[in-house]
Design a protein around this ligand. Structure first.
Ligand code: NI
Length: 129
């Protein structure tokens, strides 16, 4: 029998050098599975047509939500931000996460900032350093 290895989330995270730069490590139907490291905050945004799942692997992630709501995620916990809901992930310390997002999901949703990472770069098909 041939052995097939699983995707090692911790190992994938070790290859991530830049914060707020998701990398695609798998695909399930129309969803990408991504790993990312976060530190500080990026930008308030919304995804009009896609829900977005944040699963914390290490660290503590605060996701600020519209309406003066905040969800705090510890390792092993996840939250799904519903489509259309404005959100702002905040990492007061370095946080490692797994993201599950529809393939059409734009990194920073309806806004574009200097740190916005296009999907081509998340897929590793361009070397943007
Ligand atoms: Ni988002």
């Amino acid at each position: 029998m041939n052995a097939l290895s699983g995707i090692d989330v911790a190992a994938e995270l070790r290859t991530v050098e830049k914060h707020w730069t998701p990398r695609v490590v798998g695909r399930v139907n129309d969803q990408y599975v991504k790993v990312a490291k976060l530190l500080g905050e990026l930008v308030w945004h919304a995804h009009d047509d896609e829900d977005e799942m944040f699963l914390v692997v290490s660290g503590r992630l605060r996701i600020q939500l519209e309406g003066d709501v905040e969800v705090v995620l510890e390792p092993g916990q996840f939250h799904v931000v519903p489509r259309g809901v404005r959100h702002n992930p905040v990492a007061d310390e370095e946080v490692e996460i797994v993201l599950i997002e529809t393939v059409t999901t734009a990194h920073t949703g309806d806004v574009t900032v200097a740190g916005t990472v296009p999907i081509e770069q998340q897929l590793g098909s361009t070397d943007a350093g």
